[in-house]
Ligand binder design. Structure first.
Ligand SMILES: [Zn+2]
Length: 377
């Protein structure tokens, strides 16, 4: 009798636990599935074609890596450029700058390729234990727009397990196993490599097959990271980058210049510069959401960049960017990227006028800094 009662109460406990699991699953599933739906972007007036990345490498066709490539072709002779946003899907200023460009730019000379979500798989989840929101909202001119916020690396749903040590294929360089899913350690990629290496290979193939003159990879970094508010340039891209920094200085925008380290392998500015003819550049803006000193991590932090701990960090001299109570809002970070892109194209047009990329319709740094992003989305 006693045993029966014990058996019955265990069974009830099991049923209660099972019911809790079912309720939790029902509660989180819609949010989880929503992260896997492609984000709706507006096709700007300059977009002449939307392609899939698999057009340049069949191996990723139909996978989560088969991201959209927006082509803006002026139809007039000139150069070509590739803008990569969302290499790291937790660096929103990078992909928002790419989105702003594809929704506004109208090329007058040359051809522009924009991949707003270079690692689309990384946009399908957020990092566990980081408490980062999965989306943020802007009251844009075209209506309320919700943009997703993802993770630094390819989703484990698409590539798993990580090895203990990641070995970069073409150099043999060894890194922590989690870097296996980092697109910006996978270049130039491999056709028969892992999922992330295949995405890198597809981007490298696009650059080779379509003879892309300039490639710019847009990133953000924690304010305590030394390479920040800077252009990182492959040695062949140094003259263009230096010209761009002077152009930005005329506009009152201070940007650092960092040479791409020859010994750090797998990064876009190193490998694309070494293994293709493109001028490879990368830009960084300061993002507290990624930092280790940050306090509450919410949508407001993504949008305003205001964080009292970073103000304190600045006072203690621990940061590599100025950081005061005004923070680093998203629109200023995007303004730096968009202004930086235009400065790079202007510098390139000076050195190679026959390969110029001239864009109309793009808001200036000052316009974005004063009017914010909303009027342009
Ligand atoms: Zn990054």
């Amino acid at each position: 009798m006693e045993l029966n009662r014990q058996h019955l109460s265990n069974r009830n406990l099991n049923l209660v636990l099972l019911a809790i699991v079912v309720i939790v699953c029902l509660y989180v599933t819609p949010g989880y599935l929503a992260m896997r739906r492609p984000e709706a972007l507006r096709k700007g007036p300059g977009v002449t074609r939307i392609a899939h990345l698999s057009e340049w490498f069949e191996g990723i066709k139909g996978t989560a890596g088969d991201t959209d490539v927006y082509i803006l072709d002026s139809g007039k002779p000139g150069g070509s450029a590739l803008i990569l946003g969302g290499t790291h899907a937790n660096e929103p200023a990078g992909y928002m700058a790419a989105i702003l460009m594809l929704e506004n730019a109208v090329p007058a000379q040359g051809r522009l390729y924009i991949i707003p979500h270079a690692n689309a798989s990384a946009l399908t989840y957020t990092d566990p234990m980081e408490g980062v929101p999965r989306e943020f909202t802007l009251q844009a001119a075209s209506g309320k727009r919700v943009f997703r916020h993802g993770s630094r690396a390819t989703s484990p749903m698409n590539q798993w397990p990580d090895p203990d040590i990641y070995v970069h294929a073409s150099s043999g360089q060894q890194l922590s196993g989690s870097e296996t899913r980092n697109l910006n350690r996978a270049y130039p990629g491999r056709a028969d490599g892992n999922f992330t290496e295949m995405i890198a290979y597809a981007i490298t193939s696009l650059i080779r097959k379509d003879s892309i003159d300039i490639t710019i990879d847009l990133h953000e970094a924690a304010p305590e990271y030394p390479v920040i508010n800077a252009i990182v340039a492959h040695e062949r891209a140094m003259p263009t980058a230096s010209g761009a920094i002077l152009n930005l200085e005329i506009e009152g925008v201070v940007m650092g210049l960092e040479p791409s380290p020859a010994s750090l392998r797998g990064l876009s500015h190193r490998e694309l510069g070494d293994s293709t003819a493109t001028l490879a550049l990368l830009m960084e803006s300061p993002n507290a959401t990624q930092g280790r000193l940050r306090g509450r991590t919410d949508e407001a932090l993504i949008l305003t960049g205001k964080d009292s701990q970073y103000v304190r960090g600045q006072k203690l001299g621990r940061l590599f960017v100025p950081y005061d109570e005004k923070g680093w809002p998203l629109h200023l970070r995007v303004a730096r990227h968009v202004g930086g892109l235009q400065a790079i194209f202007a510098a390139h047009a000076m050195t190679a006028p026959e390969r110029a990329i001239v864009l109309g319709g793009v808001p200036t740094y000052d316009e974005l800094a004063t009017k914010r992003l909303e009027p342009f989305l």
